[in-house]
Design a protein around this ligand. Structure first.
Ligand code: PBG
Length: 333
């Protein structure tokens, strides 16, 4: 090859960074509001919009507020929500989780009534509904009983499907739950309902604000016996493979920011659609710093979401969804 002598100082990459139009032409990652899922906390009562202190801009909402939320989301182009329920009463079995008229089932019905095109995803887990705050049933000695929990999680999935849910998202981390839920859905006639599995879900300190929002802090112990150890990256592949074998339709890594390497690694080892959950603690940190004017919120949020997409997630679950969608549209205009 003949070496070509150049006298100019610009490298190839700098030449394509000169103007916004050029940068946009060579851009590798683009965010789209249609890839966001907006999480919501649904509570009993009417006209309830209780602010969540550690998550400024997020609320516990009563079912009558769903119409307003659906309208706001549709205005900015966000097409999917993820629902968490706050029950009227908690008990050892988490009974409201799988009641036909439970809070989350009511919210699903209302959302599908006001906007049939909205993708309504339901988080399937018992921790918001149990008085002990663990994600499954307990044995008499206080251990989480994996197999007994599967039947209740399956019942929750079926009652949500009956209410009109579009996607079932088990977040409990019991072994075999994806297969158990798949079988229960199929038996109940919901063969076409997809499952988005929280496959690589870490035992993370970043869920702190969520536990305030959902009142789901374990009353004793922690979740390290069923959620993943933050030190383990390769193990995420095994979790994803297990859920894939059990016919998960979409897989997930959670949290997102401290786990970008896991997102990338999982992306390279599965062909399933991959979601990442930009969790409550990640949101709270941005809001706290932005509230103090220490960082520029808009710039930071879009940078974070772009990084999650660049790492390999095509679906992003984020409390920033509405703001980010608005900013993306403004930037495009
Ligand atoms: C469990 C669940 C949790 C989150 C989503 N589903 C909490 C936990 O595992 O303790 C956390 C989400 C967030 O922090 O934003 N139902």
């Amino acid at each position: 090859m003949v070496a070509i002598t150049r006298t100019g100082k610009f490298t190839r990459t700098r030449r394509t960074r000169r103007t916004e139009s050029l940068r946009s032409l060579v851009r590798e990652t683009r965010l789209d509001p249609a890839q966001f899922i907006y999480p919501m906390f649904v509570t009993h009562g009417t006209n309830v919009r209780t602010p969540i202190d550690s998550m400024p801009g997020q609320y516990q909402l009563s079912v009558d507020q769903m119409e307003r939320e659906a309208r706001e989301l549709s205005e900015v182009g966000v097409k999917a929500v993820l629902l968490f329920g706050l029950p009227a009463d908690k008990d050892p079995e988490g009974s409201e989780a799988y009641a036909s008229d439970g809070i989350v089932q009511q919210a699903v019905r209302e959302l599908k009534r006001v906007d049939p095109s909205l993708v309504v995803v339901v988080d399937v887990c018992l921790c918001e509904y149990t008085d002990h705050g663990h994600c499954g049933l307990l044995t008499p000695t206080g251990e989480v009983d994996n197999d007994q929990s599967l039947a209740l999680l399956s019942r929750m999935a079926v009652t949500c499907a009956e209410a009109g849910a579009d996607v079932i998202a088990p977040s409990d981390m019991m072994d075999g739950r994806v297969g158990a839920i798949r079988e229960a859905l199929d038996e109940a006639g919901f063969e076409s309902l997809p499952i988005m599995a929280y496959s690589a879900k870490y035992a993370s300190g970043f869920y702190g604000p969520f536990r305030e929002a959902a009142g789901s802090t374990p009353q004793f112990g922690d979740r390290r016996g069923y959620q993943m150890d933050p030190a383990n990256g390769r193990e995420a592949r095994r979790e994803v493979a297990a859920d894939t074998d059990e016919w998960a339709d979409i897989t997930m890594v959670k949290p997102a920011l401290a786990y970008l390497d896991v997102i990338r690694d999982v992306r390279e080892h599965t062909d399933l659609p991959l979601a990442a959950y930009n969790v409550s603690g990640e949101y709270a940190m941005v809001k706290a710093a932005a509230g103090n004017n220490w960082i520029e919120e808009r710039r930071i949020v879009l940078e974070i979401l772009t990084a999650i997409a660049r790492a390999g997630a095509s679906i992003i679950i984020t409390y920033h969804a509405k703001d980010a969608a608005r900013w993306i549209r403004e930037d495009r205009a």
